[in-house]
Design a protein around this ligand. Structure first.
Ligand SMILES: [Fe+2]
Length: 449
């Protein structure tokens, strides 16, 4: 029944609130989550100068202004318009500008042309967000139960969708700022140095071969691509108990890793040559040694930090050089589940926005549980992004959310320093083309036993 929503109190990023993954959230809790997610998105944009909002530094990256508008368009289109047939949009031209890829919704500006959108202005986009927020509050206040129930799951999907774009805001603005010869910082580092541990040699955690279940089945939220839960035979393997570090990756470089085709897939070898890769994205060599661009500006390369911003091709070449391989997604997921690895780590809420050194709390190798499995960097797997057995995309436009991308991409697992903690799960399947390097992507090794 219609209800009067109370305004949630203002909280800091990361403060606990209603669980965004709870599919049975009541209206007040949904409104609280909605406000929190929307506020976090805007807080991530707060350090930006007005000029930063419009930059599109490459076709894969979108301007921050576009992310702000697109996430609003998602709620307006899939929640408000479908919950209230006949509703007039805030601006009838915005669908063309801010539809990302939904063919069922209509034509749209090309992805690589989002940077030409000097209008609507940043101020107009913020007004658009505010107008959508107002309409969302009115809808949640006034909708009857049948109307509300009809869009409840889409509304929760919209919250997770906006969280995905929060990470993209960080990775896209990082690429834009790194493209500027001045290498401006997004903001100064706001975290204190933690107690790092010596990485030491990695340990290997063995797993016996067995028939294992993977995929999402719980009553909580998951994207459709995480199911159906099904069985796969996973042969005996071992998983590295920590991530690959910059020091180890540097040894690969210094051993001629980028000049030795025997370590590379053919596609990767040509991508390396075509793009002039000699090191991970954002690494720079200066007279003073190796530096790396971070969201806090240029910094000296920390050798014990996890290597980050590598493509699948580089991750695989490193693994071959190291006489190991990348894990499959079934190995990764069943390891996390079998060991009950807590979903704790360096996520967006830390405010660090950069992978961290192994912490002393993880203890020395060999560890009984893999360190940094969640957070810090997305871990490339060798698994292609394909549908699980029995997967069927949803009917209608939202069936385009995941299913149509299940070709020519690889799975990454575990979340990163740019991922909201409540966004990730052991079953979460992130996916990017093998050449992509601008996400917080890193390496965990596996090997046959
Ligand atoms: Fe989107």
């Amino acid at each position: 029944m219609p209800t009067n929503l109370a305004e949630p109190s203002t909280r800091e990023i990361g403060d606990p609130g209603p669980d965004v993954a709870d599919l049975q959230l009541h209206r007040q809790a949904i409104w609280t989550c909605y406000k929190e997610v929307r506020r976090t998105t805007e807080a991530l944009c707060a350090p930006l100068e007005i000029e930063d909002y419009v930059i599109q530094s490459m076709p894969d990256a979108s301007p921050a202004k576009w992310h702000l508008a697109h996430t609003s368009w998602f709620f307006e289109t899939f929640v408000l318009a479908s919950g209230q047939p006949g509703m007039q949009p805030v601006d009838s031209e915005y669908a063309y500008l801010f539809n990302s890829y939904y063919n069922a919704v209509g034509e749209r500006i090309a992805r690589d042309r989002r940077g030409v959108l000097s209008r609507p202005t940043v101020a107009e986009v913020f007004r658009y967000r505010a107008a959508v927020d107002e309409r969302m509050k009115d809808f949640l206040d006034q909708a009857g139960d049948p109307e509300f129930e009809r869009v409840r799951s889409t509304l929760i999907l919209g919250l997770h969708h906006e969280q995905q774009h929060q990470e993209l805001i960080l990775t896209d603005i990082k690429h834009a700022l790194a493209s500027n010869p001045l290498r401006p910082a997004y903001r100064e580092s706001q975290t204190e140095a933690a107690m790092p541990a010596e990485a030491g040699a990695p340990g290997w955690i063995p797993f016996a071969g067995s028939l294992r279940s993977i995929g999402h089945e719980a009553a909580s939220f998951a994207f459709d691509n995480e199911g159906p839960r099904h069985q796969e035979y996973v042969a005996a393997f071992a998983l590295a108990d920590r991530l690959v570090t910059n020091l180890e990756y540097l040894a690969f470089i210094e051993d001629g890793g980028y000049e030795r085709p025997e370590y590379w897939f053919s596609d990767g070898w040509y991508a390396r040559g075509r793009n002039g890769w000699t090191a991970p994205l954002y690494w720079e060599s200066t007279g003073g040694g190796r530096q790396v661009f971070t969201l806090a500006g240029m910094q000296g390369l920390e050798l014990d930090e996890p290597v980050c911003h590598v493509s699948y091709y580089e991750a695989d070449a490193f693994a071959r050089w190291a006489a190991a391989r990348l894990p499959t997604e079934a190995e990764w997921e069943t390891s996390a589940m079998a060991l009950g690895v807590p979903m704790e780590g360096n996520f967006l809420e830390s405010g660090r926005f950069h992978p961290a050194c192994l912490m002393a709390t993880h203890g020395p190798a060999p560890r009984s549980s893999p360190a940094q499995l969640f957070g810090d960097v997305w871990e490339w797997t060798q698994s292609p992004y394909t549908p699980y057995r029995g997967f069927r995309p949803a009917a209608g436009a939202l069936g385009e959310y995941n299913g149509k991308f299940m070709c020519n991409q690889l799975i990454l697992r575990g979340g990163s320093c740019g991922t909201p903690r409540s966004h990730v799960r052991p079953t979460y399947r992130n996916f990017f083309p093998p050449e992509a390097r601008w996400q917080f992507s890193g390496i965990r090794l596996a090997r046959d036993v």
